[in-house]
Design a protein around this ligand. Structure first.
Ligand code: ATP
Length: 343
């Protein structure tokens, strides 16, 4: 059985319960995950300061792949996500958004879209400044290299999914910045002649997704557009907290050097320690991590077992079920074997 070391960045609130669910499910897989835990909880951060981040960075650089659980950000504290992003140079964010049968939605069509976004720059690196009382300005940064990395990631994903890629921005208006982003995507597209590729203006693409979601599979965008798009898609599938997200760092030649997977939701302090939390997003993060490790069948089986369990009503209280965290995880775990065997 193949074995992998995976760094676990433990956070706050429901973090420990999510980690236990991940461990329980991992025990059912046809590969072995050895977890290397680093405590990134608020208590550890306030006691040890930068040393916890040193340890997290060291572990990530040694083992290359991590699962991160939700962390709180207090006003006197820096956001752990921001610190990790800067230290590890994560420059691309991947957010898969898939309809989960059994979750109530306002939108009735199915969605299976991978949002790949440049995770740095855009308007987010400069909070802007006032030019006098009634005018403000901020700097918007688009760089070729992270745009190329995002595009390459998107095309590699499209190869795995056997689907198309859309790059999207406001390139007719933001000709300098978004023009550079689209130029980088177009250049990468030439290396993937077998993958259907088109560019769409971001505003009309939003309407396109709502009218014809089946036309969209992998979408690559600059930072802020990807941020807006991910949340809109989560709204369409009925939840902002049930998905996972991944952050990647790259060598200049485009190979992935570090990968970190995390559940999108928060720390849920109100239910922490009560055995009630829904580990779906954490288990989806595990499925994405398995795919990254090359354990495609295991990743697919975890995802399928989760969807299957929820579709059969075996789900946690927050989404209308009756199960606690442990029983839900057991229900998913029981189904993994069947999905590993099915083609
Ligand atoms: P944070 O500051 O970490 O974002 P929060 O309480 O402000 O914490 P969330 O963690 O997103 O925000 O929680 C919002 C609501 O959703 C809470 O009532 C919480 O119990 C619920 N919730 C969040 N995550 C889960 C989960 N995994 N399972 C069940 N309920 C959840």
């Amino acid at each position: 059985m193949k074995s992998y070391k995976v760094v676990e960045l433990l956070g706050d609130g429901i973090s420990v319960e999510l980690s236990k669910a991940v461990h329980a499910l991992s025990a059912t897989l046809p590969c072995k995950l050895e977890f290397v835990q680093v405590d990134l909880s608020e208590a550890a951060r306030s006691k040890e300061g930068a040393a916890v981040y040193d340890e997290a960075e060291r572990a990530l650089r040694a083992h290359k792949v991590a699962l991160k659980y939700p962390t709180t950000t207090t006003t006197e504290d820096l956001s752990p996500n921001k610190v990790l992003r800067e230290r590890c140079h994560f420059s691309v964010i991947h957010r898969p958004v898939v309809t989960i049968p059994g979750i109530g939605t306002n939108f009735t069509k199915s969605i299976d879209i991978d949002v790949v976004r440049v995770g740095i720059g855009g308007t987010y690196d400069d909070a802007g400044r006032r030019l006098g009382p009634d005018t403000a300005v901020s700097l918007r940064v688009i760089e070729r290299l992270p745009s190329r990395h995002a595009a390459r990631f998107a095309f590699e994903l499209a190869m795995l999914r056997n689907c198309s890629v859309v790059s999207s921005s406001k390139y007719t208006i933001q000709k300098g910045t978004d023009g550079l982003f689209e130029e980088a995507c177009g250049n990468v597209a030439q290396d993937y002649p077998g993958i259907p590729y088109r560019r769409e203006l971001f505003d009309s693409m939003l309407a396109g997704i709502i009218l014809h979601p089946e036309r969209y599979q992998v979408i690559v965008t600059p930072n802020e557009y990807g941020d807006f798009l991910s949340d809109m898609l989560c709204g369409l599938i009925g939840s902002v907290g049930l998905g996972d997200s991944a952050s990647y760092a790259f060598a200049d030649n485009g190979t992935i050097t570090l990968a970190m997977f995390d559940p999108a939701g928060g720390t849920a302090p109100d239910i922490a320690g009560k055995g009630l939390c829904n580990p779906t997003a954490a288990l989806l993060a595990l499925a994405s991590l398995l795919r990254h490790l090359g354990e495609f069948d295991a990743g697919k089986a975890v995802r399928a077992a989760l969807l299957d369990s929820i579709a059969h009503g075996e789900k946690t209280g927050d989404i209308g079920g009756k199960l606690g965290t442990v029983d839900f995880t057991a229900a998913v775990s029981r189904r993994v074997g069947a999905h590993l065997r099915s083609p």
